[in-house]
Design a binder for this molecule. Structure first.
Ligand SMILES: O=C(O)CCC(=O)C(=O)O
Ligand SMILES: [Fe+2]
Length: 307
């Protein structure tokens, strides 16, 4: 057992800020309940994600976009490899990103979305879910800002038009085809600011705590697992931790089932300069060098085989 905080987002943000902050400082994770993402939208999104991954392989592959580093559309099974891992992850996924109007100064960082023609409802449902994730993310970031002693709206500008990506994940049933040592998602840290994850009630997600133990993260159905990414860790000079996590292969009956999850990787805007906050740097400490969010992202995508 751990005391990863389980927090109701229906409470005033000022009341939850420190509990959330302490959980992020200790575990890098918190469970967030009573968010405002409608359950019927989540259910519909899960059905559509399942329907997409059940399409024939050649249809799915027709939505793989060469040279896009998997930023949009489909990424087949066996593509992504965690930093420093020897074998690929046992997953396939689809990415929906932010759609900026043509001519927007940041549009060059964000390629247009693609949509599967086979599923006419897909676009509407996932555009709505993207907006819902953003709104919930905004609340969580407000609570984090309060915890950090910043104005509550500190993150509003850094994440406005940010390069956020929603990932629909499918981990197929485990057969004999899995390479030796491969797991559903090898140990990794997320690159972005914060991640909001739906679907982690299906077992497998684990975090690595400070003592070096793997600890299961088991939100109740419909709740979010929220974690700190590398960019927020860097901004806070490590005060809030981007914790290593993984998705292990289940035993028994669950091994014959697919696992579906939907992380929303909330990103800073590409031109945001990530520079350690003054109050997170003690005397004598040397914080990491400032870096633009886009440069940091490209560096990390190369490390995981996507760029
Ligand atoms: O599927 C999950 O529960 C977690 C996925 C994850 O950590 C990731 O895609 O970065
Ligand atoms: Fe992750």
């Amino acid at each position: 057992m751990t005391d990863i905080a389980s927090i109701s987002l229906a409470r005033p943000l000022g009341d939850i800020a420190d509990e959330l902050g302490r959980s992020f400082a200790e575990y890098g994770f918190a469970i967030v309940r009573n968010h405002t993402i409608p359950q019927d939208l989540i259910d519909r999104a899960e059905e559509l994600a399942k329907a997409f991954f059940e399409l024939p392989e050649d249809v799915k592959r027709s939505y793989k976009i060469e040279g896009s580093a998997g930023a949009r559309g489909y990424t087949p099974f066996g593509t992504e490899i965690a930093k420093d891992a020897a074998v690929h992850d046992l997953k396939e996924f689809w990415h929906v990103g932010r759609a900026l109007p043509e001519g927007h100064p940041l549009a060059r960082f964000m390629p247009p979305n693609v949509w599967p023609a086979e599923l006419p409802e897909f676009r509407d449902v996932f555009e709505r879910l993207f907006t819902e994730f953003e709104n919930t993310g905004d609340k969580v970031l407000r609570a984090i800002a309060i915890h950090l002693g910043q104005p509550e709206d500190y993150f509003t500008s850094p994440v406005e038009d940010g390069n956020s990506v929603m990932r629909l994940l499918h981990y197929p049933p485990l057969g004999d085809a899995a390479p030796e040592g491969a797991i559903r998602a090898a140990a990794h840290g997320d690159i972005n600011t914060i991640t909001l994850l739906l679907g982690a009630e299906e077992a497998g997600l684990e975090l690595l705590d400070k003592q070096g133990n793997w600890v299961p993260v088991s939100p109740p159905k419909g709740a979010l697992a929220v974690n700190v990414g590398d960019m927020l860790e860097r901004l806070t000079n490590g005060r809030l931790r981007s914790t290593t996590h993984r998705v292990v292969n289940p035993a028994g009956e669950a091994a014959r089932r697919s696992r579906y999850s939907m992380p929303f990787f909330l990103h800073f805007r590409p031109d945001f300069r990530i520079e350690a906050l003054e109050q997170c740097v003690s005397e004598g400490e040397t914080p990491p060098e400032p870096i633009l969010a886009e440069d940091f992202l490209q560096q990390r995508l190369r490390e995981i085989g996507l760029a």
